[in-house]
Design a protein around this ligand. Structure first.
Ligand code: SAH
Ligand code: SF4
Length: 374
């Protein structure tokens, strides 16, 4: 935000080491970073005046130089099954979506990383919309902050301590390819893991990628969280078509990258996501090819019945075909889950997150405009 001519620094863009550096540059003690992280992320306090353990002079200085500003919530919707969706406006032309999925033993927040996506997977509504821009750190971590506040308010703040977690898991599976916005996504995930912020365990933060191999190698060094890989096809010919990044990083390289990642991963398996597209990738032969492909990778499978959107050109696999496909994998000894569709009545299902994207790529041929119904 600009105040007069001065640009205020949004402190939600920093992880703790970056904030310590910023304080040091202001001539302040780096330990202030820890205090600020706790106020912002632990207690959800954004007004410097309320930060009582910070000296008044410093508070006054912060008001002049800095801000703590969340992105705007345009709409919050609740599904019949308890799933919640927030439409978050990043600017007037663009919006992204965040989804909370309550289950008996956990609460999972699905976070977006980009406005749109440049990778053009043919069955994905975000991909069909083209790419506008990367989200900033404050816009990524802001989704967790917004959801956390809203859910805590609903449950009655008074009844909860700051350590009570309604959101126990985060999945980077909303709009966008997280590894294509590497720096901001890693910084935001570091804040999720920081004990002075959200304190989530690395096992409970999952990043889903369509297979950007070099970035997977960087991630295993910088922030090795649980990994999901969007496989969707068992051979290069088919994957080249439905997940076009495959032309750059084909399956052999992707499998090798998964194995390298497992050396540092918090879980001893990679989750392979596989969208079930009727007649495209769901036959018995595809299942056997898949077993062959993953032979040397420790993995689990998550089969995702295709969630339709207007003019997608695809149909969801028949339930009987999904069962046969699942059984072939299970009989080979793999753990397989079939993802339940949640929040269908509010278009919150996986792959249906549309938001509003002003396509900067100008890739309008074959593009189907998807508007949010507000
Ligand atoms: N870009 C990342 C993360 C976002 S998509 C990735 O591709 O992994 C999260 C998951 O939803 C991916 O596995 C993606 O392939 C899947 N998906 C996309 N569109 C879908 C649809 N219409 N139905 C079901 N799953 C879909
Ligand atoms: Fe992008 Fe993932 Fe959608 Fe592919 S599936 S277009 S990588 S968001």
């Amino acid at each position: 935000m600009i105040q007069g001519k001065k640009i205020l620094v949004n402190l939600l863009n920093f992880n703790q080491p970056q904030l310590a550096k910023w304080f040091a540059e202001q001539g302040e003690k780096p330990f202030r970073a820890k205090q600020l992280m706790r106020w912002m992320h632990h207690f959800g306090v954004y007004d410097f005046e309320q930060m009582t353990d910070i000296a008044k002079v410093l508070r006054e200085k912060l008001v002049v130089d800095a801000e703590i500003t969340l992105p705007n919530v345009q709409l919050e919707q609740v599904s019949n099954d308890g799933t919640r969706k927030w439409l978050i406006g990043t600017d007037t032309a663009n919006s992204i979506e965040t989804v909370f999925i309550p289950e008996d033993d956990r609460g999972t927040l699905c976070i977006s990383s980009q406005v749109g996506c440049a990778l053009e997977c043919t069955f994905c509504s975000t991909g069909r919309q083209g790419f506008n821009r990367n989200l900033s750190v404050s816009e990524i971590i802001g989704q967790l902050a917004i959801a956390n506040q809203s859910l805590r308010q609903e449950s009655g703040y008074d009844l909860l301590s700051a350590n009570d977690r309604i959101i126990s898991n985060v999945v980077m599976m909303g709009m966008g390819e997280p590894l294509a916005n590497y720096d901001n996504v890693v910084t935001a995930m570091q804040i999720m893991l920081d004990d002075n912020a959200y304190g989530l365990s690395r096992r409970r933060v999952t990043l889903s990628t369509s297979g950007m191999v070099p970035a997977m190698d960087r991630l295993k060094e910088d922030c090795p969280v649980a990994l999901a890989v969007s496989l969707h096809a068992p051979n290069d010919a088919l994957r080249d078509v439905i997940v076009p990044i495959n032309k750059k990083y084909p399956l052999k390289e992707l499998m090798a990258a998964c194995n390298r990642y497992l050396e540092k991963a918090p879980r001893d398996f990679v989750t392979f996501e596989y969208v079930m597209l009727d007649g495209v990738n769901d036959t018995v032969e595809h299942a056997h090819q898949l077993l062959d492909l993953v032979r040397n990778v420790s993995c689990k499978f998550n089969l995702i019945p295709f969630n339709p959107f207007p003019n997608s050109g695809y149909d969801t696999s028949k339930a009987s075909h999904i069962r046969v496909f699942r059984d072939i994998l299970m009989q080979a000894g793999y753990v397989v889950t079939v993802r339940k569709t949640r929040g269908e009545d509010i278009d919150a299902a996986c792959g249906q997150l549309a938001g509003k994207v002003l396509d900067k790529t100008k890739r309008t041929a074959n593009r189907i405009p998807i508007e949010v119904v507000e």
